[in-house]
Structure formats: structure tokens, C-alpha cells
Design a protein around this ligand. Structure first.
Ligand code: MLT
Length: 387
């Protein structure tokens, strides 16, 4: 047996595992302390009642012989795929067919698994800083990567790759910087992909946090994008499904990849749970929608609070307007991990070190607004006392 030696090229630990291990180690040494958690983007507000009721009904159906269900379609139930098209795409004049929408267990898995569709010698371009799974999946597959740095000087908007890229990972609103692309900026990427016969894997997990007008919510709002883009969406952050697990991926037939993804899913994925799909369906009801909107607004208010207060303290901060993350430069020329350690050891605050999202993130940390308000207020008080 030979192992996949590409794994040797990965960082020893996945970013969020590393952070949770450090948090555990701290608590083991300081059992009397409690951490103020502004690290991983995990939701903290309970699910709206309309969504819980939908899951209760689904469980009830599974408990009776007449309404019991076993395996569902690998691509997801038709009623959910049609509802997604009717609500998330048709109002934006985007035409999709139900066989182009694949229900998943969340964006993270598909963002990694999509890598299987492409030959090893494809060249990958990845904006950075960004969600670490794109680079990790590409490294596991043994592909060469060009990183496209985003920093304050370029407004966190990446330049097109200088070396031709076959596969391009984009994430907007961006995790971690909170940057959004205008229609013209996104069109540049679609045009590049069409000219170079590249594929864009577009992570739109934070789409529902966009507040600025005229920002595209889907890459398919850009002409020609259906030829060159796969869009990955999640209910994790929008609807609080980090524990429920449900998302979807759009693979338009014009990309030529839809039959391959269907084939892959039929072999390797037995479908998303019926209960989770019913929960997802309930997010589109008036009550479900109002409940998730209230939660998103709560997190955005928390994000504004963090940003304003840090700015008043003199910190250089970005994001927090169209995303639940605040991107903050470490003070005193500290690097990301030094500031992380200060916050953990001196203030009992857990954040995410910016360098974990890529080299251009060095010298920054990310604060997540998926935090409870009191903890967040307390965290800000403690940061104020830092020398
Ligand atoms: C993050 O904190 O960046 C993400 O929430 C982690 C994830 O979605 O896996």
C-alpha cells in the first residue's frame, strides 16, 4: 500500500482544528476560565421555530409506515431543487433546470469533492487570504497552485492570474476579509474563464449577508457564467445549519461537467437526509424566511458593533458590512499568531489568525460576528485594556 504523499505537503493541521485544539489546551490549563468565542464561523442563535417544526414533521413522517422514506434521490428531492430555482435564481432572471442543482450536506464537502472532476495537471488559481479548504483540496490532489494575493493596497480585490489557470476558486463575499465584487469586477473573471477555457468554483456561502446594493448575489447574474462557473451555496451561515448540514451546488449543463458530477454523486453520495432537506425547504416559507432574516440581521448588527468599536480604539479594520467577519490588523506590528496568543492568554478571546487563510493574511486576525452579544461586548472591553 502506498499513501497519497501529497498529504505531506499540507500544513500539519487544518486551521480550524488547530484553533479548537489550542482552545481546548488553554481550558485544560485554566479550568476556571471561559472563552469568548469569535473564532470559527459557527452560528450561535437557535433555529427559527418554523424550521424546527418542519424537522419535527419530517421525523413524524419517518415514524409511520405509510409516510416512511428511505434513500432519497442522490441529487436531492425535486421539491427542494425546484424551490431553490424559484426563490434563489428565477427572481434574478437566471434560468436553471432542476438537474443542474445538487443538494449537498453543506458547502465545505462539495468545495473539496469537486476537485475530483479535474485532471491532476490542471493549474489552480486561488485568491488569498481565503477559506483554507480550496488550497488543501488542491494540494491533496497534487496540483500546482498560483495564489492571488488580496491586501489593503488592492482593496482586497484580486488581480487576474498572470499564469493561465484551469481551475479558479473565488469566494465572495470573501471569507475572511468581507470584500464583495461589483458586477464589472466579477465579469472580468467570467470573461477570463471564457477566454481561457477555465472553470470557476464560486463559493457564495455568505451571499445572504450582502447589504450593499448592486452587488451580484450569484455569479450567474454575469453573462456567460453558466458556461464557466460552478456555484456552491450553503444554509449553514444563512439559516444556522452548521449542525443540521445542508447546502447545494449548481453545475450548469453548459460547463460540460453536469453528467460527471451526477455520476460522482450517485456513486459516492447517498443523498442529504430527508429531515435536513425539509428544514431547507422551510427556509423559503414566509415564517422560515423571516426567522433566518432576523438572525442574519442580528449577526450583521454584531459585526457593525465590533467594527465600530475597534475603529474607535484605533484598529485598522475591514469587512463587517456584507459579511459576518471583521478583518483586523494586529497592533504593534505583531504577527497573526502573536496577536492570537495575546487575545487568548490575556483576554480569553478566541479569534482566527489571518495567516491561516493565506500568506497575505499575515499580520491580521479575523473576528467572527457569530458570537453572542454579551460575549462580544465583554471581548471588546477586554481588547480596550490591551496595551
Ligand atoms: C470559517 O470559520 O471560516 C468557516 O465557518 C469554517 C467552515 O465553514 O468550515
Amino acid at each position: 500500500m502506498k499513501t497519497n504523499t501529497n498529504y505531506r505537503n499540507l500544513q500539519e493541521q487544518y486551521l480550524f482544528k488547530n484553533i479548537s485544539d489550542r482552545a481546548e489546551a488553554y481550558l485544560a490549563q485554566h479550568p476556571d476560565q471561559r472563552l469568548l468565542r469569535m473564532g470559527v464561523g459557527d452560528v450561535t442563535r437557535p433555529l427559527p421555530s418554523a424550521i424546527c417544526e418542519a424537522m419535527h414533521r419530517a421525523v413524524e413522517e419517518l415514524s409511520h409506515a405509510e409516510t416512511f422514506r428511505g434513500y432519497g434521490p442522490e441529487e436531492g428531492y425535486l421539491w427542494l431543487r425546484q424551490t431553490i430555482i424559484d426563490n434563489d435564481y428565477a427572481p434574478r432572471n437566471i434560468d436553471l433546470t432542476t438537474d443542474e442543482v445538487f443538494i449537498s450536506e453543506g458547502a465545505g464537502s462539495d468545495l473539496g469533492n469537486l476537485s475530483e472532476l479535474f485532471a491532476k495537471d490542471n493549474h489552480v488559481a486561488i485568491i488569498e487570504p481565503t477559506y483554507p479548504a480550496y488550497a488543501d483540496a488542491s494540494i491533496m490532489a497534487g496540483r500546482e497552485i498560483t495564489f492571488l494575493p488580496c491586501h489593503a493596497e488592492n482593496g482586497f480585490v484580486p488581480d487576474l492570474p498572470k499564469r493561465r489557470a484551469d481551475i479558479i476558486y473565488l469566494c465572495f463575499p470573501n471569507n475572511p476579509t468581507g470584500t464583495v465584487l461589483t458586477r464589472d469586477e466579477l465579469a472580468k473573471w467570467v470573461n477570463y474563464a471564457r477566454e481561457n477555457r477555465s472553470i470557476i468554483i464560486y463559493d457564495a456561502a455568505y451571499e445572504s449577508f450582502i447589504t450593499q446594493p448592486n452587488i451580484p448575489h450569484s455569479i450567474y447574474e454575469i453573462e456567460g457564467a453558466k458556461e464557466v462557473a460552478i456555484e456552491v451555496k450553503s444554509y449553514s451561515k444563512s439559516a444556522g445549519f452548521t449542525g443540521v448540514r445542508c447546502g447545494y451546488t449548481v453545475v450548469p449543463k453548459q460547463t460540460g461537467l453536469q453528467p460527471m458530477w451526477l455520476r460522482r454523486q450517485c456513486t459516492k453520495y447517498n443523498g442529504t437526509s430527508y429531515i435536513a432537506q425539509q428544514a431547507a425547504l422551510a427556509t423559503y416559507t414566509p415564517e422560515g424566511h423571516a426567522g433566518i432574516r432576523a438572525n442574519i440581521d442580528f449577526y450583521l448588527t454584531t459585526a457593525h458593533l465590533i467594527k465600530d468599536r475597534l475603529q474607535h480604539m484605533g484598529y485598522e479594520v475591514y469587512g463587517g458590512e456584507n459579511a459576518p467577519y471583521i478583518w483586523c490588523r494586529a497592533p504593534h506590528g505583531w504577527n497573526s499568531w502573536t496577536f492570537f496568543d495575546h487575545l487568548l492568554n490575556d483576554c480569553q478571546i478566541l479569534c482566527t489568525p489571518g495567516v491561516g487563510f493565506g500568506a497575505s493574511g499575515e499580520g491580521f486576525v479575523r473576528f467572527s460576528a457569530f458570537s453572542n452579544r454579551q460575549d462580544c461586548e465583554e471581548a471588546l472591553k477586554r481588547i480596550q485594556t490591551l496595551a
